[in-house]
Design a protein around this ligand. Structure first.
Ligand SMILES: [Zn+2]
Ligand SMILES: [Zn+2]
Length: 209
């Protein structure tokens, strides 16, 4: 079987994203209208979250639930050399950090600026909520926004012939980690994708009863 689907970027699938409700932990949906279609993330958009279980709703300009990353970019308080520092992504930001200057070797507390962190995390890019569709495969996480996204990936993994034509740096396939592309994991990944899809269907039936 040949994989012949277009080289969609991940953002293409992000109009509907299944997430974990921050209020009750059950399944909720993030729906986004793209004002302007940009990659890797849509910049001008309206997103709303609604829980299928508890009925909680949120707008994307209210609060960021995801990871943040802290930066220091300024000159050393002693010698004036440039200091740049980046924290690990975290959900618990702090005010300042002690940094030792590379030039004069003197340490000082510097305040941090925090920004939303969206790379390589199993969270949605609009609220930072944890994605519902996640599978553990050999200590790694495979995540998906919705069932269309799941079917697209399934098609790719199942195909023995994978064309490289027309892909670009932001296409979802280009950005897949090697362990997903590896033929030796094919059967395991397909089995887990199917299981996840079945669980999702059951969940939706339960929540709409
Ligand atoms: Zn809820
Ligand atoms: Zn210095």
């Amino acid at each position: 079987m040949r994989f012949t689907q277009p080289a969609y970027p991940t953002v293409y699938f992000s109009d509907k994203i299944w997430v974990k409700c921050p209020d009750c932990g059950d399944i909720g949906l993030v729906e986004t209208e793209f004002g302007q279609y940009t990659i890797p993330y849509s910049r001008h958009h309206t997103s709303t979250f609604s829980c299928t279980k508890c009925g909680s709703t949120k707008k994307s300009d209210e609060k960021w639930f995801g990871y943040v990353q802290g930066f220091v970019g300024r000159s050393c308080g002693f010698c004036g050399s440039q200091i740049s520092y980046t924290t690990e992504p975290t959900k618990a930001p702090f005010d300042s950090v002690t940094i030792k200057c590379n030039s004069c070797k003197k340490a000082k507390d510097y305040s941090l600026n925090w920004y939303r962190y969206k790379e390589n995390m199993p969270t949605d890019p609009y609220f930072g909520l944890e994605l519902w569709l996640q599978i553990d495969i050999k200590d790694k996480i495979l995540w998906l926004y919705n069932i269309d996204h799941l079917n697209y990936l399934k098609n790719y993994v199942a195909s023995k012939l994978r064309e490289d034509d027309g892909r670009h740096k932001y296409s979802m396939i280009t950005n897949l980690p090697q362990w997903i592309k590896s033929a030796k994991n094919r059967d395991l990944i397909l089995k887990k994708i199917d299981r996840l899809k079945n669980e999702m269907n059951r969940k939706m039936e339960d929540n709409t009863k």
